[in-house]
Write a new protein. Structure first.
Length: 149
């Protein structure tokens, strides 16, 4: 009995796989959700000026970084705002609102981790510190003064 095949050679089907960008690190996303929730509980913050440190987060996320260099780009930005060993009150005094303030920072960080898949473990300490300051200092100031500032 002769074996024959209707198909011989290499055949390709005209199928193009459509894939979206890979999902960001779940841990990083959860950290930013915690920050976002902490910010939502704040009263209206003073608007930021273009000279405030936090205003750098209102810029567009760069798209030309190598993935392995991304954290080396973001980390100094966070350090300028949160500082090394900067006192909590100093950070509290820099909390600003408006389109270039904390909401812009959250959006920038979301876009950055989506673009570069930053590991949440790298963000964890810095963002948890910021959330802690928001939750403790802001609440304490509101209770003591009846207003945010």
């Amino acid at each position: 009995m002769e074996s024959s095949s209707q198909f011989s050679g290499t055949h390709t089907m005209g199928i193009t796989l459509i894939t979206g960008p890979p999902a960001p690190n779940t841990h990083a996303v959860n950290i930013l959700v915690t920050l976002e929730k902490a910010i939502e509980d704040l009263p209206v913050l003073p608007d930021v000026s273009k000279y405030d440190e936090i205003a750098t987060f209102s810029e567009n996320v760069p798209t030309n970084l190598a993935k392995e260099d991304a954290w080396e780009y973001l980390d100094p930005m966070l350090n300028r705002f949160l500082g090394f060993n900067r006192m909590a009150k100093s950070i509290y005094n820099k909390l600003q609102g408006g389109v270039q303030g904390l909401p812009a920072m959250v959006q920038y960080l979301k876009d950055f981790i989506r673009q570069y898949k930053v590991d949440g473990a790298l963000l964890e300490g810095k963002i948890e510190r910021l959330v802690n300051i928001i939750q403790t200092w802001c609440v304490a100031m509101i209770r003591s003064k009846g207003t945010y500032f």
